[in-house]
Design a protein around this ligand. Structure first.
Ligand SMILES: *Cc1c(COP(=O)(O)O)cnc(C)c1O
Length: 402
């Protein structure tokens, strides 16, 4: 069976984790701090805070920004449930909008129409690793008429004076726009280092801050180190210093710090990230070439004049089929011992969001992309021979169902 997205665990990773285990320090410590510093350098952002998942990083972020009941946060209907669940937990309303015809990302026109005086933030998702239209989105929130209707409810929001632009960069580590890397393309980005993502720490994530001048990023870093540790103003490592045991809690915080065991995996992953990215790019090229002459194949957009994907997911679509036919094609592919996937079940198809009144028919482009989509395996250890096996399985499956 060709797996869909296994992590790259080899002796190098095992040695690093073993070294961390043997170091005597297994929770947040020197490896986590180094990992944060290297992410900041790689992404070109102003500061980075490592956390235990994308989800908890975003939850803390929304809380810090003061997102609360009565607020609205705009996001695409086409994403993983995490992007919306965090908004619900913050007590705010997820305002879902449709995606672009040409890619899988949030439509800036749809965002414009969805903005109200209650809009506090936009969570744009770099689906499959392809950056959103941030030139347009960043410009939109700075338009005079949009800024005029923004209503700040705390000092942070007043300081920014406009809607906060957040990237759900769970897929886009290493992607670029105008030569700048994901993590530095909006006010704040959140990465996921979950096991299936293209840079993993088993579970994990990071918040990358890139707020405008005037925001003190050293101060923000300190604040978040506290917020992700119950609000405790000293972490476990600081408390091991002689006599340094007393601490205070000024506000109840969360508990979602990254451990040095996770960071040990991440440091190895980061060091050889370019190698991984190049391999994924090569696999994309092979898929593109294999499907170029198939009239039924709609291959994904991954490169434009100013944007380059990090090749996280290869979202193949099959023209003129129903959702049921897509599912049948996937079954045949599985029977050929190839694992495939669907990214994603649109939020309005999920019971939790149906119950909250969201309707699939309000997002036609999301449905259009979803109903005939099949994600193919893409990862460093996938060999050229296996890529060919995947291609053959897909062609056979499509032939047998169409
Ligand atoms: C994986 C994923 C998340 C959640 O990441 P976790 O680290 O598992 O919390 C959020 N958004 C998208 C688009 C994802 O694919």
């Amino acid at each position: 069976m060709i797996p869909f997205s296994p992590p790259r665990i080899d002796q190098k990773v095992i040695d690093e984790v073993t070294a961390a285990l043997q170091s005597g320090w297994i929770t947040t410590g020197p490896r986590t701090k180094l990992f944060e510093k290297k992410i900041t350098e790689y992404c070109g952002c102003k500061t980075t805070v490592a956390v235990n998942s994308w989800t908890m990083g975003m939850q803390v972020l929304l809380s810090w920004w003061g997102i609360q009941e009565g607020d609205e946060v705009i996001l695409p209907a086409y994403t993983y449930c995490a992007s919306a669940n965090v908004i619900v937990h913050a007590g705010a309303k997820p305002v879902m909008v449709d995606i672009n015809p040409e890619d899988f990302n949030i439509s800036v026109d749809a965002v414009r129409k969805a903005i109200t005086p209650k809009t506090k933030a936009i969570i744009a998702v770099d689906l499959a690793g392809f950056p959103c239209d941030y030139d347009q989105l960043n410009a939109l929130v700075r338009e005079e008429s949009i800024m005029e209707q923004f209503s700040a409810s705390n000092d942070l929001q007043r300081q920014l004076g406009r809607i906060l632009v957040i990237s759900d960069a769970a897929h886009s580590f290493g992607a670029t726009m105008n030569g700048k890397r994901s993590g530095s393309l909006t006010d704040i980005s959140s990465f996921s280092f979950h096991a299936v993502k293209n840079l993993t720490t088993a579970e994990g994530g990071s918040l990358c801050f890139n707020l405008p001048d005037g925001f003190d990023h050293d101060e923000i870093y300190k604040t978040f180190c506290t917020l992700i540790l119950h609000g405790q103003n000293k972490d476990a490592l600081a408390k091991t210093q002689k006599g340094n045991w007393r601490y205070d809690v000024e506000e109840p915080g969360f508990k979602c710090n990254m451990t040095d065991l996770q960071a040990a995996i991440g440091l190895v992953e980061l060091e050889r990230y370019q190698e991984n990215l190049d391999r994924r790019k090569s696999i994309f090229k092979q898929y593109d070439a294999a499907f170029a002459n198939e009239s039924w194949a709609i291959t994904p957009l991954h490169t434009t004049e100013n944007k380059v994907s990090c090749y996280h997911l290869y979202q193949l679509r099959i023209a003129n089929i129903t959702e049921a036919q897509r599912d049948a094609i996937m079954q045949v592919i599985f029977d050929e011992d190839v694992s495939v996937n669907v990214h994603f079940l649109p939020l309005p198809t999920l019971t939790a969001y149906k119950k909250r009144g969201y309707k699939m028919e309000d997002y036609p482009e999301t449905w259009n992309k979803y109903h005939n989509e099949i994600s193919l395996p893409v990862y460093y250890n996938l060999t050229d021979e296996q890529v060919q096996t995947v291609v053959n399985a897909v062609k056979k499956a499509v032939g047998s169902v169409l």
